[in-house]
Design a protein around this ligand. Sequence first.
Ligand SMILES: Cc1cc2nc3c(=O)[nH]c(=O)nc-3n(C[C@H](O)[C@H](O)[C@H](O)COP(=O)(O)OP(=O)(O)OC[C@H]3O[C@@H](n4cnc5c(N)ncnc54)[C@H](O)[C@@H]3O)c2cc1C
Length: 412
Amino acid sequence: MTNTNEVRNANEVRTSTEERNSAEVRNGGEVRTALVIGGGIAGPVTALALAKAGIEATVYEARPEAADGVGAMLSIAPNGLAALAIVGADEAVRAVGQPVPGVVMQDGTGRTLADFNGFPGLPETLALRRADLFRVLADHAVANGITIRYGKQLVDAVETDEGVTAHFADGTTASADILIGADGIRSTVRTLIDPDAPAPGYGGVLSFGGITSTEGVEVKPGMMHFAFGRTFLGFWGLPDGRIVWFGSLPSEEPLTSAEVRAVPNETWLARLRDLYTGHAPGETLIGRTAPEDLMVVGPMEYMPDVPKWHTDRIVLLGDAVHAPSSSSGQGASLAAESAIELARCLRDRPTAAEAFAAYEALRRPRVQAITGDAQAKNKAKAGKAGDKPAFPTPEQMFAPVHKFQINWPAPA
Ligand SMILES: Cc1cc2nc3c(=O)[nH]c(=O)nc-3n(C[C@H](O)[C@H](O)[C@H](O)COP(=O)(O)OP(=O)(O)OC[C@H]3O[C@@H](n4cnc5c(N)ncnc54)[C@H](O)[C@@H]3O)c2cc1C
């Protein structure tokens, strides 16, 4: 296969945002085709970034169709939006997101501890439904010429010196130069790379959310409120005037999502009301949330350090290798960052193995720092933070995370 992309000398690389995001740079590498396993968040972004690097990628998704019923909310931070902008997906995501650029830190009595309005010059953090994010990223990929094959559950992968062949549950196969495991926190690709790879860890809390009216609760427009105290509650105002809240129940027992969902909402609400008694505004918000408006999210999980990120032709990205737990608000954003970084390394390094090693070296420290921070928050939520204050100021907390940007045209 030939490389049809423009080759540019690194000296010619300019660094304006527009140029950075639109640059099609290829310094030469052996990889021309890729199988991307997983059509969630990382998968479509990876395929788009690979196309920009001159690598033809097809996405294989286990779900039978594009629609994903998972309705939980998540956020895309400025760093995630910057990564999405490199493949031109940021506007589509913005169209389904609600800007929540600021953060209010408060204690459990309703008293404000700190206000933070976001960093000037960075895109605004968005809150959106996970299902909407899946949909717009898949649509954007398809509109840009990416093929997504649904009903393709990877069960095995056979690697040779020349390439890799994926085997799917329906008996079909597909071959390419490399295979990318973007198949989420319960990744099959992770165990194909290393049968002893760690399983997801449990953060010690079960996560819930809810929607209710604002009455009697001060909520600042465009601000995400983090209310600490004896236990934690996050909330923000919806455009329709209601409030979304998210909180958690400490639980020694790592129940599965199915087990959590099997318990009636009324039972969970009673336990949450108990825990949040005396917490402002948790007591009010949870107290008047109707059972049908409770979102039962499930156990808060994260990926412990994964020793092997890749073989010579198979590599992991997104939640498959670095799920930081939803306490970080960074899972989707990190998945987008890794997708871009992997494509940049494949564009610039001569072999897949060298590209994967460079990608791991670039990504591992960053994702470890964010995962470690999320774990500290989970401990605090589970009431195990000890005497040390678990939360720094908003600027300290967000600067290294939100200001991170990948310089796409720069050689990897
Ligand atoms: C309740 C909740 C709240 C969250 N909140 C936030 C937040 O606020 N901010 C944030 O940034 N992140 C948040 N996250 C995390 C975020 O959703 C994930 O980090 C993100 O979806 C990771 O993207 P991914 O593409 O790596 O994995 P996923 O989105 O999980 O996608 C993996 C895809 O692979 C497919 N797949 C799995 N196995 C196979 C197989 N064998 N063959 C083919 N396909 C397969 C799956 O069907 C899925 O579509 C939250 C997650 C949850 C569950």
